[in-house]
Design a protein around this ligand. Structure first.
Ligand code: AMP
Length: 429
């Protein structure tokens, strides 16, 4: 099914093709006609599903003057400082990324469409200047948006289209209050597009309060849509992880690796150790200046770093085309974060590898991650890096619907303990 059959104009179809989007993804096939019809949308989609273009293409089309407009130069740009299309995102990085997609697509259109990106961590003045001549689309994080409203740099009372991107993340990051304040400034009559990777009760409640008879779109992770990520779990002692990482990079000829660690300190420390060992590595975390963060991301995308060692800051939303390898040097705190981290690879149809370092201390946690994703990852050992402590035996089945072999939680159940004792004694369980 081509893009043209979704109701997009030839200009938008060409704009999509210019970015290499020739065939719509599942979310695009479902969302684009619904958005063009003016319906509200409630979408769950896996990371890397193409959700940005799923809202960007139809919204840009709605900003284009109608073809029968008498004056071909007629601008439908709203009055000064009045915003009609607002995209709310949780992080600066996502604001920059979504803004770039919208801007890139808009560049290809015959009528000028201005996209403004508003996020904190940088001086407010250039953003105020950018809004002076008004903007067709504003992509913003809630806090900076409110600052700019307070400075009278823009007004939200005439927003016609609202997108909430990564709504779950927005709540996770504690933006509920700011979000509420932004929503209070918007007119009740508008189109709302709600995107979230997960639907915890508070996300459901937020969606229910915002949407009017939405078209529901849930892109299941069916085998043909599932990102092609092969997961590996390598057993290694904590103290030998950097050496193992170096070994893996050399052995496998990995040229572009995103490594996740638990703390900013670890990001700096591991990057430095790798750098000293002759691997072109740098750190990425929230204490870097906005300029530095932007630069590292741009350079990662350009493949100028062999390794970027990051906190979970880079776990969501960041889109690096053809990032082949993600390494969990430290395991993430939650199974959801694991899904987001490994989702940085295997994007847009490419295949990827996600390696996790595990050991006796983190084994139980990794089993919870496996249970959550209903997928076992075989444990491996690399010659020369075998761990000193041995791991408890792994429960046999994660998908057993009767729960006879499932992992119950961090603390093993009685049955797990019996099974482990039987396995240790070499008896069949
Ligand atoms: P997103 O889920 O919006 O972050 O998009 C994930 C990746 O898919 C990005 O690199 C997009 O450029 C790419 N992409 C989006 N739509 C398409 C499409 N129709 N065909 C090919 N690639 C796409």
């Amino acid at each position: 099914m081509p893009f043209s059959s979704l109701g997009l104009t030839p200009a938008l179809v060409l704009a999509a093709a210019a970015r290499g989007y020739n065939t719509p993804t599942a979310i695009q096939r479902q969302a684009i006609p619904a958005v063009l019809r003016g319906a509200d949308v409630l979408a769950t989609a896996q990371t890397g599903s193409g959700k940005t273009a799923a809202f960007a293409l139809p919204l840009l089309q709605m900003l284009q003057p109608a073809p029968r407009s008498a004056d071909p130069n007629a601008s439908i740009r709203p009055k000064i400082r009045v915003v009609r299309t607002l995209v709310l995102v949780p992080t600066r990085e996502l604001a920059a990324q979504v803004g770039e997609v919208l801007h890139g697509l808009a560049q290809q259109l015959p009528h000028p469409t201005k996209v403004a990106m508003l996020f904190g961590g940088v001086s407010i003045n250039p953003q105020m200047m950018a809004l002076r001549g008004s903007a067709d689309v504003v992509v913003a994080t809630p806090g900076r948006l409110l600052d700019l409203v307070e400075h009278n740099a823009l007004r939200l009372g005439e927003v016609q289209h609202l997108v909430l991107d990564e709504a779950d993340r927005m709540l996770d990051l504690g933006f509920a209050e700011e979000l509420k304040r932004v929503l209070a400034l918007l007119p009740a009559k508008r189109q709302t597009l709600f995107f979230s990777a997960t639907f915890a009760p508070e996300v459901e409640t937020l969606a229910r309060g915002l949407l009017n008879e939405p078209v529901r779109i849930a892109i299941e992770n069916t085998p043909e849509q599932a990102p092609d990520i092969s997961q590996r779990a390598i057993e290694v002692d904590d103290a030998r992880r950097t050496q193992l990482l170096r070994h893996l990079i050399k052995e496998n000829g990995w040229s572009s690796v995103l490594v996740f660690v638990a703390t900013q300190y670890a990001a700096e420390h591991v990057a430095e150790k790798l750098y000293k060992a002759g691997i072109y590595a740098t750190a990425f975390h929230g204490s870097l200046s906005q300029g530095a963060r932007k630069q590292v991301l741009a350079e990662l995308k350009e493949k100028r770093w062999e390794v970027v060692v990051s906190t979970d800051l880079a776990a969501r939303g960041i889109d690096v085309a053809h990032l082949p390898v993600v390494v969990n040097f430290d395991l993430p705190r939650s199974a959801t974060d694991y899904v987001h981290r490994i989702g940085r690879t295997g994007r847009a149809g490419a295949s990827g590898i996600a390696v996790s370092f595990v050991n006796a201390a983190s084994e139980a946690h990794f089993r919870l991650i496996e249970k959550h994703q209903r997928q076992r990852v075989p444990r491996e050992q690399i010659a020369g890096f075998e761990p000193t402590a041995t791991l408890a035996p792994v429960a046999p089945s994660l998908t057993d619907p009767h729960g006879t072999g499932g992992i119950k939680g961090k603390r093993p159940s009685k049955k797990d303990k019996l099974r482990a004792a039987a396995a240790a004694a070499g008896k069949p369980s």
